[in-house]
Design a protein around this ligand. Sequence first.
Ligand code: NAI
Length: 339
Amino acid sequence: SSLLRSVKTLARPTTARAYSVDSVPSRKVTVLGAAGGIGQPLSLLMKLNPLVSQLALYDIGGTPGVAADVSHINSRSEVAGYMGDDQLGLALEGSDVVIIPAGVPRKPGMTRDDLFNINAGIVKSLCTAIAKYCPHAIVNMISNPVNSTVPIAAEVFKKAGIYDEKKLFGVTTLDVVRAKTFYAGKANVNVAEVNVPVVGGHAGVTILPLFSQATPKANLSQEDIQALTKRTQDGGTEVVEAKAGKGSATLSMAYAGAIFADACLKGLNGVPDVVECSYVQSTITELPFFASKVRLGKNGVEEVLGLGPLSDYEKEGLEKLKPELKSSIEKGIEFAKKN
Ligand code: NAI
């Protein structure tokens, strides 16, 4: 009938477009620590990402509930929850991107380094499992202190003979997110258009926002730049204190983690010119790990981009951060070698 014909002609182009997910590659993403303060909203955001076809949520407890809840959302990915050591392998098998927000967060008065011993052990055991079950996966390290946990992961992967420096990332996106927000507020520009590279590391003075390269350009005073720099460096502490003993940044971190994982997936899928700041193995300074702009591609890091022109204030900040970052890197390497 003519009704059937018109339904058919309507249906053809619509289905072709609506179900074009066929052309989007299958990608499995695993979240380790998925029941935590960051893990839960991050799992939600990854469930909303159309580039994900399989979402594996792992934690030492609580994941069946988080997975059941998230799985009811009518988006592309299939969700599964995994709990406890004996299910870690299943959670990781076939994974393209593993995001690690497992560990303990900071409480008031604690520095990121105070977390070291607990989180270093957790990261080491999770990375040992990654080396075994998905050695070619891209790893997004969120667990703090990132300045040390990334070198720990590298050592674990080297020991297992599978280290690929192109696939290991410390997630510093939250520093960029904060720098953008604070800059837009001060410069009175549209926050959605703002770009600010943040380099160095991911703790206190090792976080170096390059406001001299911020766009759109604004004529901020040196005083303003210094206040913005300090606020970006202390952004984590601002949240820790406001939460008064109930943990550190979780919601903004989940957002930042989702942005970075999305960039990794786009890179894997061959989208050109995907650039994000991240803490990676690097030769742009004398330090073996350093955060800077990184071009992402089909194999992870395509290119570690240089620092660009720095202001005198930024040059000073760069020299100041090096000793602390160096010792955090060494602390991580030493931990991995000893334990
Ligand atoms: P949380 O305590 O709320 O959640 C951590 C989760 O990790 C818990 O569900 C816990 O059961 C799980 N966990 C512990 N050991 C595990 C193991 N061996 N395997 C799998 N899961 C395990 O903590 P929150 O607030 O989610 O923070 C997590 C980590 O992220 C902390 O290390 C924190 O310092 C870090 N963080 C990093 C930021 C960044 O910018 N990179 C920003 C904010 C926090």
